[in-house]
Design a binder for this molecule. Structure first.
Ligand code: AKG
Ligand code: FE2
Length: 517
């Protein structure tokens, strides 16, 4: 076993032990949580949840306070919220909360295996054309405001520390962010690895807002009870927000929908729960949220603590403002990658495609990008259905352009497969060795997409949300360079590799490749 996998195995065993201990404590009913009315709440917050801030309605300007409920209801009214199909422990499951993503143009945010494509909050030169665009603009305004509030809160927290060095010696869980202006100019790819904190500006430069909506009275929902402390029914289970710039803040605006005149309605509060990750000594906390209030997980709180959301009695929206780590998650990024891949595609004098170089690293790069654009972008976009695409009309031409680039990469794979077959043993097998793992991965991931939804789930889905498998074609479609099903090509490449030649010399004659020529 390699050192890396041994280390991972030890870590997994460590986590499993901690989980067992945690569950046995739970079984003994020992885990405690505090609410704000508890006499020790304030000191616990100071000591163990220092980077949590809970702010009243007045932290948002009155005009914006008035616009926000309108904006959220417009998005809801136009059907922009839906329950995402995500992967949890290899299973496709639907989130209890409905969601939508608003953000910087051309930005995406990936969570639990699903890439969300942001609806932009600004529109370049063109005038706002619809209520929905106006609503997104209002969310953008709140986002700008939250940047300023978060920066102020972080500076206040930093000032509260009497000795500046103490934030280092007290460990990561308590460290507020440092202001390090010379890091601000660094580009994404130059950013230091995850152990260093971003500057205050970087760590609050929210680029996406994931908005949640849930009506607890929805009869389709069956909420699970919070399992460790008995906090109540969970709208969002314990988690850390993923795919964020490490050490960056998350800001949340909470809006509950009043149900005037309905005396039977349950008026229990929505609450956010927090706990220190992997810690059963420190009590958890749960903080009730009134409509219009906000809370902030400042600096590294999200990296060291977990949070959950306990459902209240009424329908509720929350806007969660994040600094998504989108080094590999923006449209310009994937467009650059495609350009890089296509730089190895040339033309012969007769105007036919040819590969400029057959060097392993060039082929390797093209095949990697081929899979990246197909599975991280094209299929992720179309699998979310027709309504998703209509709502994201600004993304559609970009997706079509990426698909045209991908189509050229299909030609490139075909050319490489042909070269592997015609070149002499040594060169041919070197090409096949490079291609094989990528082709196998492509084949597996295509099948995973086809299998993502069981027939039972598909039966219950509204037509607007049915997955679109795009690109998809019949294996004998001659307009395509290669078949959709790559099994024959994979068998052919296996035979061309040195290993394949040695073990299957006798039947190599009968294994004609079956791709389109
Ligand atoms: O709704 C909230 O207060 C937070 C939701 C949350 O944790 C999430 O969307 O990741
Ligand atoms: Fe979260």
């Amino acid at each position: 076993m390699s050192k890396m996998s041994k280390k991972r195995q030890n870590e997994d065993q460590g986590k499993e032990l901690k989980r067992k201990k945690l569950l046995s404590e739970v079984a003994r009913g020992k885990l405690q949580f505090l609410m704000p009315d508890h006499p020790d709440f304030k000191s616990l917050m100071r000591e163990k949840y220092f980077n949590f801030a809970h702010e009243p309605c007045s932290c948002i300007p009155t005009s914006l306070q008035e616009e926000l409920p309108w904006a959220l209801n417009i998005l809801h009214h136009h059907g922009y919220f839906y329950r995402d199909w995500v992967k949890v422990k290899g299973q496709t499951v639907q989130t209890p909360v409905s969601r939508t993503l608003i953000g910087e143009p051309e930005t995406t945010y990936k969570y639990l295996g699903l890439r969300l494509f942001a609806i932009p909050w600004c529109f370049g030169d063109h005038q706002v054309e619809s209520e929905v665009e106006l609503a997104c603009g209002i969310i953008g305004k709140l986002n700008d405001h939250f940047k300023a509030v978060s920066r102020k809160l972080l500076l206040e927290r930093a000032a509260e520390k009497t000795e500046p060095e103490s934030c280092i010696s007290q460990g990561a869980a308590q460290s507020p962010l440092h202001h390090s202006p010379n890091e601000e100019t660094k580009s994404c790819s130059e950013q230091k690895p995850t152990t260093c904190s971003p500057s205050i500006e970087e760590g609050t430069d929210f680029n996406v807002v994931l908005i949640n909506y849930m009506d607890p009275k929805d009869p389709d929902l069956r909420l699970k009870a919070e399992p460790y402390y008995g906090m109540g029914p969970l709208a969002v289970s314990w988690h850390m927000d993923s795919n964020l710039v490490q050490g960056s803040t998350v800001a949340v605006y909470n809006h509950t929908c009043s149900s005037d005149g309905d005396s039977s309605s349950d008026s229990s509060d929505w609450m956010v729960g927090l706990k220190v990750s992997w810690d059963i000594e420190t009590p958890g906390v749960v903080v009730p949220l009134q409509t219009g209030e906000s809370y902030f997980m400042l600096g590294d709180l999200n990296d060291t603590h977990q949070h959950c959301v306990v459902a209240g009695g009424q329908a509720r929206f929350s806007t969660t403002h994040r600094v998504a780590d989108c080094c590999q998650g923006t449209l310009p990024y994937i467009q650059r990658r495609c350009k890089e891949a296509l730089s190895n595609l040339g033309e012969t004098e007769n105007g036919e495609y040819k590969l400029t170089s057959l060097a392993a690293d060039h082929l390797e790069l093209t095949e990697t990008i081929h899979n990246e654009v197909e599975f991280e972008w094209l299929r992720q976009f179309w699998m979310q259905g027709s309504r998703h695409a209509v709502e994201r009309k600004s993304w559609v031409p970009a997706m079509e352009h990426l698909e045209a680039d991908w189509h050229k990469m299909e030609h490139m794979t075909k050319l490489a497969v042909e070269e592997a077959n015609v070149l002499d043993d040594e060169e041919g097998s070197a090409i096949a060795e490079v291609l094989l793992p990528h082709l196998e991965e492509r084949q597996k991931l295509r099948q995973d997409c086809l299998d993502k939804f069981s027939p039972k789930i598909l039966e219950t889905m509204h037509a607007d949300f049915l997955p679109i498998h795009r690109p998809k074609w019949e294996d004998d479609d001659l307009s395509r360079p290669l078949p959709f099903d790559l099994s024959n090509i994979i068998s052919n490449m296996r035979l061309v590799t040195k290993h394949g030649k040695k073990s299957c010399i006798s039947d190599s004659e009968s294994s004609d490749s079956d791709y389109h020529s």
